[in-house]
Design a binder for this molecule. Structure first.
Ligand code: NAD
Length: 292
């Protein structure tokens, strides 16, 4: 199967930036699309900063990327026009975890790319079959749930939607191998395996904090010191972004109609207050930004 030479990355936030960086360092041309220059400039800064610190944090397989940082950044085109995606062999969609946003993005994709282009939805919780209903050729769509930070995580969750073809899965595996990753394939359901479990855990950890059972640091310490997890659920929430957590748990709530997925009121309050975690400078912990 042919390799991917040019990848389209739609959505230049936390995940789009990580993916563009990873693919460019592996020598693949990247077309990175977002809705405005503000988002694209912030993304370029995020990538440049991450590349500067890369050597310190990278795990073994990413220690020797194909290109040096200054060459890799030139591989990325930062654009606002979906038309620039024409000619991409593979697209990864990383827009905000809101149905109306995804709907608009898939509509623009359907108008701009060939029906043969394979699309990977990097969604936290939306059913891949449901997203497939937004495009005319759902056999070309699969889910790839990349882990954050993308350049440091070598394993992803792959999701087979109802119509996803074997060819699509195989092509996605080829792309993943090119960027130093492998995938664990699961069947489609909202939240898949990872986030159906993780979002519930994070939401419940927020409820525990809200009820005054413990401090944020000790909620995380229980997981790190007792269970030997690398990170606690509240640190994980800060890394992912509290807005993305809220949208994800809302998707699970709506999709399953099960009250166990009701979002914690404290989570909502923090999102409304702009305490979104690392990307905003403050969340459950402070990262040099605003603090309540
Ligand atoms: P984010 O909020 O950091 O970035 C989303 C980006 O999408 C923003 O820059 C926004 O301007 C852009 N966008 C919105 N509408 C668009 C459109 N029509 N076309 C192009 N760009 C558009 O979010 P994120 O954390 O990068 O998450 C992106 C997706 O990846 C979500 O579906 C999320 O659930 C999923 N995801 C997130 C994580 C994580 O740890 N943050 C992990 C795995 C998957």
């Amino acid at each position: 199967m042919n390799e991917v030479k040019r990848v389209g990355v739609v959505g230049a936030g936390v995940m789009g930036a990580g993916l563009a960086e990873n693919a460019a360092l592996d020598g693949i041309d990247v077309v990175l699309v977002d809705i405005g220059e503000v988002q694209l400039n912030a993304c370029r800064q995020r990538i440049e900063q991450s590349m500067r610190f890369a050597k310190m944090f990278r795990t073994a397989p990413r220690e020797r990327p194909a290109l040096e940082a200054r060459e890799a950044i030139k591989k990325i085109s930062f654009v606002t026009e979906y038309a620039a995606l024409e000619g991409c062999d593979f697209i990864v969609e990383n827009t905000t975890e809101k149905w109306d946003v995804k709907k608009a993005a898939y509509h623009s994709l359907s108008e701009s790319i060939s029906g043969k282009t394979v699309i990977a939805a990097n969604t936290s919780c939306f059913s891949i079959t449901r997203l497939g209903g937004l495009i005319p050729n759902p056999e070309r769509l699969l889910g790839i749930h990349f882990m954050n930070p993308v350049p440091m995580k070598d394993t992803v969750e792959m999701i087979r939607g109802h119509w996803t073809s074997e060819e699509t899965i195989e092509f996605a595996r080829t792309f993943l191998a090119q960027i130093g990753k492998s995938g664990i394939l699961v069947n489609d359901a909202p939240g898949f395996v990872s986030n159906r479990v993780l979002m519930l855990t994070i939401n419940e950890a927020i409820m525990v904090l809200q009820d005054g059972v413990s401090t944020a640091a000790d909620v995380d310490n229980i997981f790190k010191k007792c269970f030997e997890h690398k990170m606690g659920p509240l640190e994980t929430a800060d890394l992912i972004g509290l807005d993305t957590i809220l949208y994800s748990i809302e998707v699970l709530h709506e999709s399953f109609g099960d009250s166990k997925y009701r979002p914690a009121p404290l989570l909502k309050r923090m999102v409304h207050a702009g305490l979104l975690g690392q990307k905003a400078g403050a969340g459950f912990y402070n990262y040099g930004g605003k603090k309540k």
